[in-house]
Design a protein around this ligand. Structure first.
Ligand code: WTA
Length: 654
């Protein structure tokens, strides 16, 4: 975020109390919120135990609530037995078999609905198919799918039999897929022949084949869902069509009683090194917070149609598409394609067509849609909307106000939800019937979630509006359990800074006079590009893996739509690309990075240098690079730079 945005956020004084009409019907009233907070403060474990008993179905009750013997490897409801898929599907199919679970709209406009009973049947058939392939509890299954209901079916089928899924975003390249398959040692990959996106076909099966080429993979089978009908290669031994695997399967399948701590999934996310981290989540604790936060924050009612636009490849698509809403028996909408395809009103058209009532998206999407002007949304009937949400990055007040007035017609509360892949579900968010919102603030932590802002020593920052580290002061049920295969990195990354006492989120933040949280951005080398986390090191490793690149440094710079854009400084072999050669070299490098990581990692700018600016001890001067990428004045000490000429190169004037 630019200094200007931070400043305008800090000067933001507007407040929007919930309307009387909304408050009166809200799932959480002011009195209830008070009671929840009080309970959590007075009896932390009792609070969570009560929620877990009231909101989840346990095959076997737990007697331990929080086990801190191996802190910071906390465990929750340890001796309880549960099945996530049973909680989402069997229970709801018993209650309302014909209620719509999923409304699906394909990119070409076709729609279909799936009831809770049908969803349970499909999930059961696929779990039986996976069992036939020899998949057992704790085996890892990688899911690399388009945004179609079958992606959710695949996740739920894994959960049903205790297989640990790792969803890889369909926009990631075969290289990124390979790394994740390898790290998780996956036994099965579930993919599709292709995905429709922006009028094009993304060849997912081809990428899967490439990812599995040339090394001894742990993958025994690839299950292929037929989505596009394009010709693909199917290997006899390894590959099997989804429809063949499921066609003769029984519609009944046993949901295994699993330990509450049984890993439900691994989801890779970027950190400050080149290697993505496999964030591992549990079953009971994860589902509890995904479900209750969904009910509270989105104020879900029986008649609602909830649309979260996130792909299942991200944590938001796990907690607020595949798990939270289904556990709550909600009707969700899934849209396959690009937000502006084939026209910029596509999102609003979908809202109108399916009478969406609750809409949850990312600030980057709001900014992109806002650019097309008010005329576009004004052509659609958005009167069914009653609540709007955002997630993924700080929302600038301008975009917030547009969302509020043009989309929400000034009647929909906006829930700005702060959370992370690691936290499993929302941590800071307004409760829409209670909290007066302020544009740009995610407001207050949820009941039972204890958060603080601390200084370098771990002491609370008492002064309003003063920045510090955003931390969680007590373990919570949906927290990550570890980093897959690397518990030392888990402790090092999230706990070591303050002696394993506080969970360090990696964001800086401040609290205002009302104790509302304002997120300022990441404190590590993690970029937030269009609400997606990318490590600068990941992009740098991709760049230096190009045969012509010697060294590279990547920094973020403010970007109107993406929030943050990628600026790369590159040292090439041989002659430095000159002005007229640059377009070609730059194009090649941008495509190279897309191939290595995925199109979201493409640098927006590339500048070529003879050397990277370094300190005497050999560290890259990132602050200097950041200032240059932002076009700011250079205030750093640059006396260590061997060659002053490098300044001109840095500034792009030579
Ligand atoms: C940022 C996404 C400001 C933050 C659910 C966090 C936010 C990172 C917000 C996690 C928000 C997420 N306001 N910043 N409402 N929500 N972030 O793991 O920097 O993809 O640490 O999880 O996104 O990104 P992740």
């Amino acid at each position: 975020m630019s200094e200007k945005t931070i400043e305008s956020i800090l000067n933001e004084k507007r407040q929007f109390p919930p309307s009387e009409t909304f408050s009166q019907q809200a799932n959480i009233t002011p009195t209830e919120l008070e009671a929840l907070k009080k309970h959590a403060e007075e009896d932390y474990q009792g609070y969570w135990a009560k929620l877990a008993q009231e909101n989840l179905y346990w095959f076997k009750d737990f007697s331990t609530v929080l086990d801190d013997t191996n802190a910071p490897n906390y465990q929750w409801f340890t001796d309880g037995e549960i099945n996530v898929s049973y909680n989402c599907l069997d229970l709801n199919a018993q209650k309302f078999p014909n209620k719509k679970a999923i409304i699906f709209e394909a990119e070409n406009g076709e729609t279909k609905t799936i009831t809770y009973q049908e969803l349970l049947d499909e999930v059961s058939k696929l779990s039986n198919g996976l069992l036939d392939l020899g998949v057992q509890a704790l085996d890892r299954v990688v899911i690399y799918m388009p945004m179609v209901p079958e992606a959710v079916i695949a996740m739920q089928a894994c959960a049903r039999i205790g297989a640990v899924h790792s969803v890889v975003f369909g926009g990631f390249s075969s290289n990124a897929l390979k790394d994740r398959i390898e790290d998780a040692a996956a036994k099965v990959v579930i993919t599709a022949d292709g995905a429709f996106r922006g009028g094009k076909i993304i060849p997912l099966k081809d990428s899967t084949d490439k990812a599995l080429e040339g090394w001894e993979t742990p993958v025994k089978n690839v299950v292929v869902f037929q989505r596009t009908g394009e010709p693909i290669n199917m290997s006899n031994q390894r590959d099997i069509w989804w429809h063949d695997l499921t066609k003769d399967q029984d519609r009944e399948s046993k949901a295994l009683a699993l330990n509450s701590e049984h890993p439900l999934f691994i989801l890779y996310t970027s950190g400050s090194t080149g290697k993505p981290k496999g964030i591992q989540h549990s079953s009971g604790g994860y589902l509890l917070h995904a479900k209750t936060t969904f009910q509270w924050i989105f104020d879900i009612k029986d008649s609602d149609v909830f649309w979260c636009t996130a792909d299942v490849g991200w944590i938001t698509g796990h907690s607020y598409v595949a798990y939270g809403p289904l556990a709550a028996g909600a009707t969700i909408l899934i849209y396959e394609g690009a937000p502006t395809y084939p026209h910029p009103g596509r999102f609003w058209e979908i809202c109108e067509r399916h009478k969406v009532t609750l809409f949850y998206t990312a600030p980057t999407a709001i900014r992109a849609l806002m650019k097309f002007g008010d005329n576009i949304p004004n052509q659609y009937d958005l009167s069914t909307l009653r609540l709007l949400g955002t997630v993924g990055e700080p929302i600038n007040p301008e975009a917030w106000m547009w969302y509020h007035s043009v989309i929400g017609k000034e009647k929909c509360p906006i829930v700005d939800t702060w959370w992370q892949t690691e936290t499993g579900a929302a941590m800071i968010s307004p409760l829409p019937g209670v909290i007066s919102t302020k544009p740009g603030s995610c407001t207050q932590s949820l009941p039972g979630i204890m958060m603080d802002i601390v200084d370098d020593r771990g002491n609370t920052v008492d002064q309003p509006n003063k920045g510090g580290y955003l931390v969680v002061t007590k373990p919570w049920p949906s927290m990550l359990r570890t980093i897959w295969g690397d518990n030392d990195r888990y402790i090092e990354t999230y706990w070591a800074k303050f002696n394993n006492r506080l969970y360090v989120a990696g964001d800086s933040a401040n609290q205002d006079e009302d104790e509302f949280f304002w997120i300022m951005g990441r404190i590590d080398d993690v970029l937030n590009v269009s609400g997606h986390r990318l490590g600068t090191m990941e992009v740098e490793s991709a760049l230096v893996s190009h045969p012509n690149v010697v060294e590279a440094a990547v920094v973020g710079k403010p970007h109107d739509i993406k929030g943050e854009g990628i600026f790369a400084f590159v040292v090439t072999k041989g002659e430095r690309p000159t002005e007229d050669k640059e377009p070609k070299a730059t194009k090649e490098l941008r495509n190279w990075v897309a191939e290595q990581v995925g199109p979201i990692a493409k640098p927006d700018d590339i500048r070529y240098l003879e050397n990277l600016p370094k300190t005497r001890s050999g560290k890259i001067m990132r602050r200097l690079l950041r200032a240059i990428a932002r076009g700011e004045e250079i205030t750093q000490d640059i006396s260590t730079l061997e060659d002053e000429g490098i300044i001109k190169q840095l500034q792009g004037t030579d």
